[in-house]
Design a protein around this ligand. Structure first.
Ligand code: Z5A
Ligand code: MG
Length: 270
């Protein structure tokens, strides 16, 4: 299964005509897909914002499997969507994180934590621009991993409060799909054990941190169900989140869900 991860960190793009692709090629995002600055409500006659959907859970619980199935299902329904992974191992910061996770580099716990935070912040602007332009983003891990994994280390100065504060300024997910699985079961799935945090005892602590983070925007699913069964539940919940976002529900910020201003329209120079 690890072979699937050769491109870990690569933003898996959605429709080839998505604004992300245009941006990747150095083109500006079409004004048609952009929106005026505001509180998240759709501009009159303007595009509807996309939803921010995040998958979380311990190692090997099935996040990447569900993310891919969801992307296909959204695209089949004509929803413009992109799949991203955090950490994004393709950036220079992501490269350092990759070295750390693969145990090729040792880093202080605070330093690696802040690198994960920086890795999200280097994608923040693009994330907001795509959401504002109507693209739904499916994220394979995000800030919630940042809090759960570092807090699970039990380092006194890196508790959950510290970790949450470091995420300030990033958008909150409209929906967190939390795939809950017993670490013993996830370990039995194969491919478990090669990276730094892949130890059953540590994953148990991470699971407990996730339990403390969950709120009303989380959909907790029993990840021991067959993948197709899980996907049906995921798709239904995501559909509702996409509709709420399109109807003008403001994007919230971490951690209080106060409305987050979306970026102003990007001029079309293409
Ligand atoms: N980390 C952090 O510390 N701080 C941060 O801020 C962030 C991350 C963002 C990144 O790992 C590590 O970085 C992670 C947290 C930390 N460390 N750990 N642990 P990652 O995201 O690159 O990898 P992962 O999520 O930990 O593992 P994974 O291998 O990508 O697992 P997955 O995506 O959840 O599972 P999967 O690849 O979809 O499936 C795993 C296997 O189970 C595979 O053989 C599937 O065929 C099988 N599978 C999938 N679904 C099912 C079902 N439903 N039933 C049975 N079998 C299934
Ligand atoms: Mg994965």
């Amino acid at each position: 299964m690890r072979a699937l991860h050769a491109g870990r960190g690569l933003a898996l793009r959605g429709s080839p005509c998505s604004p992300g692709i245009a941006h990747q090629r150095g083109l500006s995002v079409s004004t048609q897909l952009c929106r005026a600055a505001g509180n998240g409500a759709p501009a009159p006659g303007g595009p509807r914002r996309g939803a921010l959907v995040v998958f979380e859970g311990i190692d090997r619980c099935g996040k990447s499997t569900q993310c891919s199935l969801l992307l296909e299902s959204l695209q089949r329904r004509g929803v413009r969507a992109e799949l991203w992974r955090f950490p994004d191992r393709t950036t220079p910061i992501g490269g350092l994180i990759n070295e750390y996770l693969q145990k090729k580099a040792a880093l202080d716990d605070a330093v690696i934590h802040l690198l994960f935070v920086a890795n999200r912040n280097e994608k923040r602007e693009e994330m907001l621009r795509l959401l504002a332009g109507g693209t739904t983003l499916v994220l394979d891990r995000y800030s919630y991993s940042g809090v759960a994994y570092t807090a699970a280390k039990g380092v006194p100065h890196l508790d959950a409060g510290f970790c949450r504060a470091a995420e300030t300024g990033l958008p909150a997910a409209d929906l967190v799909v939390y795939l809950d699985l017993d670490p013993e079961q996830s370990a039995a799935r194969g491919g478990f054990g090669s990276e730094r945090y892949e130890k059953v005892e540590f994953q148990k602590k991470v699971r407990s941190q996730y339990g403390a983070l969950a709120d009303g925007r989380w959909l907790r699913l029993d990840a021991s169900q067959p993948a197709e069964q899980l996907q049906a539940q995921v798709a239904a919940a995501v559909q509702r989140a996409v509709e709420r976002a399109a109807a003008g529900e403001p994007l919230g910020r971490l951690w209080d869900y106060a409305p987050m201003p979306l970026p102003a329209a990007v001029p079309d120079v293409a």
